[in-house]
Ligand binder design. Structure first.
Ligand SMILES: Cc1cc2nc3c(=O)[nH]c(=O)nc-3n(C[C@H](O)[C@H](O)[C@H](O)COP(=O)(O)O)c2cc1C
Length: 167
């Protein structure tokens, strides 16, 4: 898939079929995330893959968007590793690039995914649920599955509203 086609065609997908997501596809999504740029190439991203039904239910209980996680065959919790961070802003920017790469990869694989940020209010509970060390800061959970919804048309502001100046 062409990059621009993927960028413009990707939409958040929040409803999934029961079909499992192949492990190779999950690894491809994570690999795409890991190829994001990062300051000093410090690659601060870390990933936890959740497929287990009980764990997914527990994870779902930590966000008001519980129905999305409960309906997903797999969720990927994405963390920033404080041990390798060197600048909060730049490391968090790198994490955003990683997450966008993951969404685009899911789309290119014919899967649907959504970036869940509301769950960050429960960041440490997610870490404890997954039995992970304290130095990991939750950045998002991505729910992934085979789409069970028609692709919506997206909405964006006109460029004229966004470009402040061309000099
Ligand atoms: C930082 C961030 C946090 C988000 N958190 C949530 C969330 O908690 N729940 C949700 O359903 N969608 C969430 N989204 C998805 C946005 O709602 C979605 O990307 C936006 O409405 C644009 O729609 P599109 O992705 O289909 O183009 C989040 C997206 C970002 C980038």
């Amino acid at each position: 898939m062409e990059v621009l086609e993927a960028i413009y065609g990707r939409r958040s997908v929040r409803h999934y079929t029961d079909e499992p997501v192949a492990r190779e596809d999950v690894l491809e999504i994570i690999r795409a995330g890991s190829w994001a740029p990062s300051g000093l190439n410090n690659q601060p991203w870390r990933f936890a893959v959740v497929r287990d039904g009980e764990k997914l239910t527990a994870l779902a209980g930590l966000t008001k968007y519980r129905h999305i996680i409960e309906g997903a065959p797999v969720a990927i919790a994405v963390f920033c590793d404080r041990a390798v961070m060197y600048n909060d802003t730049k490391d968090h920017q790198a994490m955003g690039a990683c997450l966008q790469n993951m969404l685009l990869a899911a789309h290119a694989l014919g899967l649907g995914a959504v970036w869940l940020g509301e769950i960050l209010k429960s960041g440490w509970q997610v870490r404890e649920l997954l039995d992970l060390p304290k130095g990991l800061e939750l950045m998002a959970v991505i729910a992934v599955g085979h789409p069970a919804e028609e692709r919506r048309t997206g909405e964006r502001r006109e460029l004229g509203e966004l470009i402040l100046k061309e000099v």
